[in-house]
Design a protein around this ligand. Sequence first.
Ligand code: BGC
Length: 756
Amino acid sequence: MHKDIDVSAVLAALTLDEKAALLSGQAAWESAAVERLGIPSITLTDGPHGVRRPDPTAERFSFETSLPATCFPTASALGASWDVDLLTEVGEALGTESRAADVAVLLGPGINIKRSPLCGRNFEYLSEDPVVSGHLGAALVRGVQSKGVAASVKHFAANNQETDRMQISAEVDERTLREIYLAGFEHIVTTASPWTVMAAYNRVNGVHAAHNGWLLSEVLRDQWGFDGLVVSDWGAVSDPVAAVGAGLDLEMPATNGASATKLVEAVKAGLLEENVLDQAVARVLTLLNRTAQAEPADDVDFTAHHALAKRVAVETAVLLKNEGPILPLDPDATTTVAVIGEFARTPRFQGAGSSQVTPTRVDSALDALTETAGKGLRLTFAPGFQLSGDEDETLHAEAVSQAAEADVVLMFLGLPEGEESEGHDREHLDLPDVQLQLLRAVARANPDVVVVLANGGLVEVATWERHAMAVLHGSLNGQAGGGAIADLLFGRANPSGRLTETIPVRLKDTPSYLNFPGADGIVIYGERLYVGYRYYDVKDLRVSYPFGHGLSYTSFAYSDLHATVDGEGDDVVVRLRVTLTNTGPVTGKETVQVYVGDVAASIDRPVRELKAFTKVELSSGSSTQLEFELGARDLSFYSPLHRSWVLEGGEFEVSVGASSRDLRLTTTVKVDAPPLIAPVTWESPVGAWLAHPAGGPLLRRAMDSGEGSAVAADPAILRMVESVPLKTLVTMSGGRLDVTEISRYLDADTHPEGRS
Ligand code: BGC
């Protein structure tokens, strides 16, 4: 526990060498200390779903040798809970475990958008949608930081693939960046005040994220008001001087003094202003203050955290289909249930790479099913396949024969561990062939098959799901996932997870199919804003399961949608009220989703976009009234022309529903806003000038006078010149267009975007 540092006094007392040294780590997971001034070193550790504190006694570093910690469901699963309060609780538990392990900065959550289901790290990310990622990410940050531990929101920004991850340049237009790839970060920064943000490895439009002044200073700090520290992803800095100049504060891991030397030289040579370096040092000191605790760490109740991990795992499983309904199974029935698949015995509950946690314990579904089954229920088990993917005829035959003798078959299928990790992307979305062959053979022997999936990234289901009556998308559900699955299958818990990522029919249908993972150091985000459901909806494509989908053992009815609009323009507030009723036989949870679409816009916009959601529990037969509030930002788009979010007045369609393709009620609201005027400059096309309320009359007057009148008088010529920049028209007129008034008008305002 260190004392509060007086930032300005310490800054003044530090030598240039010491200041430079503070801007990179002193070891793999530790920041630098300056003992003479009482500046301590702090520990930074992964990660998003569990504290991966490297074992200090281990001889060499490996992801397998961290100290035991609770392994919660991975972000792909956490997202599927759609439960803000629950994720705050997870954040709190992560914070408590971090404090107890003397970890000051927990490197998570990861909130990058799932641009392609092939991204090898999608299991570490929350959603294809920025509202889900932003709201759930903010909840995790709040939870972690409530314990005095800094969260590190990562990877900022546009880190949506692993292929060539340290060099690739994500080529993204600004509107797409703002609306899709930055929006989640913006929400977290502006609502949850994270103490650190991690700059990604990749380049964004040509410039490395860790060296990107536009991202780190202009957007993150100046526009969003971020007042925390920017840490680099491990090894993301190749030019420390450029990085600090751009707004990066802490380079990790240690560079054995090499970066500090370069910083000192740059300051001495006048290539880096010392006050820029000082700002970064001040942010390091502020982080030390923020994470310094007067209170001793709480004891960790690992049993309680295991129970929380189970509760969370229950909330994250998505019941994709349930014919019959075959689920839930009655644990007290006199039946034989064949449990098939090695994953039932050897669960796959997390991904590999830097987020890999050493769990405090692991519950298998097989053990949990055995414990929960009543006396009359006979369980048999056959592994069916090897996790290595190698064929084994004996295992296959044994599983098929057990299936034939059972009343119901529970098949545990999933992705092999090696397929999902950082550093590489996936090549396809298929389950291993050996598993699919087994599924087909089992289904021939016994059609009453329930498939339970263990996967972080998506798998295609279209080619095999007809062989299963029910499919439970278990995700990578953490160390207590086995118990959660047993409770869900036996109806002790009611499934309530919802997809945060569309399951496409085929990989070929995915929005980035032609542009992933790029080549020659560049990946073009050619699908622009149309990521996930935004793409499938605008193209009206069939999908296997839509964004937001998930079944329950009960049913819900939506009624009485009312919308009111107060105020206008930036102050507009749209209030929604809707009644939700549990019309089914048991208590259950529904995630009510609010989608908004601009009926007629001056630019292309997605058909509809998620803007709000809430998860509610209702007992059978009960109702509740839900309220939502939407503001101007929820109705706006980002206009690079205006360099801001803009609201265009008019009609908006507002829908509430159970998924992006299961909209139960829709209403239209009319919103008033001042007309959108595109700013004009010499570069603006004639059409924009003519449409401009002040510029239009000026140009018309210029054209009407003298020799320009031929253009103004002939609609066909006028049409032809509409796209000609004004300055080109002036040149082409050979001086015959009198632009004195226009020049005076433009000169009167020095606004960089021109006059509006
Ligand atoms: C990952 C980060 C992680 C860091 C430290 C990097 O390879 O991209 O997510 O926090 O390593 O382990």
